[in-house]
Design a protein around this ligand. Structure first.
Ligand SMILES: Nc1ncnc2c1ncn2[C@@H]1O[C@H](COP(=O)(O)OP(=O)(O)OP(=O)(O)O)[C@@H](O)[C@H]1O
Ligand SMILES: [Mg+2]
Length: 415
């Protein structure tokens, strides 16, 4: 799943007037803002996420309707709506689609991209609010990122300026945010305990024990894998995929002697309601990595996302154990422990492998990676999805890779 959208793509969205969704002019507005404000806005990263996660977006009307109901519910004039769900069920995609449709002010916490601090959040969101609602602040004051006070003030000012006196702020992945520098007892990301009337914050989180949010007014939506609506969306995604990839998929389905409907039913069950599973397995079926010759009966498809990762990991190991041990495993595991996107040169230094060999691994594993291209800088790589990092953490001992990165960093410092 190499992400082809580099800065060129973002420039198209930001600078040349392409509108993302109905009435969404947020990206154009940001590029016209003064640098003292716009430098804080993470337009490039976020436009890329939105474009990538909404391509081929399916369904979710039941969630959008539930959110909309809550936003106009009597007695809920302001407050938080938290959407909870397991890894890979589609929370980031949901927020991305809401951004695309409505252009609300937004922030994505992305641990693999090292966007996870309260500082990242506050500077980005405060700057977006100033630009979006034309608030009179020429720059962000230092206190903007030191606590939630300035954000509260901007939200109140934004409501005054909003034509319908309503402001919605979208935040993805509270669970990926860290609490470094956030006072004990304060909310995650310094989120205000009380929101001004007319302000709603719609946030997502994995099912974690505690996402550190003590607020006056909150409602939750659970995105459940076994919800019939979720299963319907999953089945629709399979049907759409078969139609969009008609030739290779017809061949595979004929090999298994199955119809589109039977195939959609089986995959829905095997995915256990998980979109990430579908994306990965359908991609492998389309490419022929999974077909009747290789796995036999369709019944042999993995059950759930973790089983898919495990099978893929073991298949790559079995295909060439030496290559796997000396090249694949070190490079992929380094990516799993890196705290941010890294270049092939970094990976080469940490693993002691030649840059060419590292590039070969990156090519062979490209579906599991995300590429970031920036003008004039080397391409940087990260794992595509946090669920793969979770799998590696549980399946492979990663300690030695942490140590290798630490040792390389110390070497660089000359210690
Ligand atoms: N409604 C949808 N339509 C089409 N594709 C989707 C949909 N929802 C999710 N996907 C795809 O499924 C994959 C996983 O989705 P996503 O990253 O949104 O999951 P997540 O719940 O945010 O996971 P995590 O908790 O690990 O962050 C992505 O590749 C995404 O593009
Ligand atoms: Mg996510």
């Amino acid at each position: 799943m190499v992400n082809p959208t580099g800065p060129e793509h973002v420039r198209v969205l930001g600078g040349q007037g392409t509108v993302i969704g109905d009435g969404n002019t947020i990206y154009q507005t940001f590029t016209n803002a003064p640098a003292s404000i716009s430098s804080h806005i993470r337009v490039r990263e976020f436009a890329t996420i939105v474009a990538e996660r909404t391509r081929g977006f399916v369904g979710r009307e039941f969630v959008f309707a539930a959110v909309e109901r809550l936003l106009v519910a009597p007695g809920f004039d302001s407050g938080y709506v938290v959407i909870r769900g397991e890894p890979g069920i589609g929370k980031t995609s949901l927020i991305a689609e809401l951004v695309r449709r409505h252009g609300h002010v937004h922030h994505f916490n992305v641990a693999l991209q090292n966007i996870r601090s309260a500082h990242d959040f506050l500077s980005n969101v405060c700057a977006q609010l100033v630009v979006r609602y034309g608030l009179s602040h020429a720059a962000l004051p230092p206190e903007a990122t030191a606590g939630g006070g300035f954000l509260s003030r901007l939200l109140a000012e934004a409501v005054e300026k909003a034509p319908d006196r309503r402001v919605v702020l979208l935040i993805d992945a509270l669970d990926e945010a860290d609490d470094l520098g956030v006072a004990v007892g304060a909310n995650r990301l310094f989120l205000p305990a009380v929101l001004p009337d007319g302000v709603h914050i719609v946030a997502t989180s994995r099912e974690v024990h505690d996402y550190r949010l003590a607020v006056d007014s909150m409602d939750e939506i659970a995105l459940r894998d076994d919800d019939p609506h979720n299963r319907q969306d999953i089945a629709q995604y399979v049907r759409d995929f078969v139609q969009a990839n008609h030739d290779p998929m017809r061949e595979r389905l004929a090999g298994w002697g199955t119809t589109v409907e039977e195939f959609a039913d089986l995959l829905t069950a095997r995915s256990q309601g998980n979109f990430m599973y579908l994306v990965a397995v359908l991609r492998d079926i389309r490419s022929g990595r999974i077909d009747v010759e290789r796995i036999g009966d369709l019944e042999q498809l993995p059950r759930g996302l973790r089983a898919y990762y495990l099978r893929h990991w073991r298949a790559m190991m079995a295909a060439d154990p030496e290559l796997f041990r000396t090249l694949y495993e070190p490079v992929i595991c380094m990516l799993a422990v890196a705290h941010e996107p890294v270049s092939a040169a970094d990976l080469s230094r940490w693993t002691g492998l030649s840059p060419n060999r590292v590039r070969g691994v990156l090519r062979d594993w490209r579906e599991f990676l995300n590429e970031e291209r920036t003008d004039g800088a080397p391409t940087r790589y990260r794992l595509y999805h946090a669920s793969f990092q979770d799998f590696l953490r549980d399946e492979v001992a990663l300690d030695e890779y942490h140590e290798a990165i630490a040792a390389a960093a110390l070497g660089k410092l000359g210690l």
